[in-house]
Design a protein around this ligand. Structure first.
Ligand SMILES: [Zn+2]
Length: 132
């Protein structure tokens, strides 16, 4: 994993509003520092620049790894993940209670592989919305 300079990390973090760009969890409510995620992994020639970086919580970053897509469980088609630089979160997902409901093929593969709806993650989101 390439070194990401502090100025670039700051830009990515601010642009993301200090939230995970995949699951929208706020860094301020997390015990862990969020990470610089390569949208297209370096293994696939993704480069370390603003347009290929996203702020990611440790869960999303760990589950995504160097993957860039998966097989859509509904259509069986190879489908790229949701790309936070090119797409709007609300076009692809909806939050219902603590559950993230995917709305599109990109949403479905992203929610599945990044394991958005593990019980512990749903509970964290519910706790967060109760503390507002
Ligand atoms: Zn996340």
């Amino acid at each position: 994993m390439s070194y990401v300079p502090a100025t670039l990390r700051r830009l990515v973090t601010q642009r993301a509003g200090d939230k995970c760009e995949y699951c929208q969890f706020p860094q301020t409510a997390s015990l862990f520092a969020f990470e610089m995620e390569h949208i297209i992994a370096e293994k696939h020639d993704g480069i370390t620049e603003s347009e290929n970086l996203a702020l990611s919580c440790p869960y999303c970053n760990r589950f995504k790894g160097s993957d860039i897509g998966s097989i859509d469980p509904e259509t069986g088609q190879l489908t790229p993940f949701f790309n936070p630089r090119l797409q709007q979160w609300s076009d692809h997902f909806r939050l219902e209670g603590g559950t993230i409901v995917p709305l599109t093929p990109e949403g479905r593969v992203t929610a599945k592989i990044l394991q958005f709806n593990l019980l512990e993650r749903i509970l964290e989101r519910q706790q967060l919305s109760n503390s507002d």
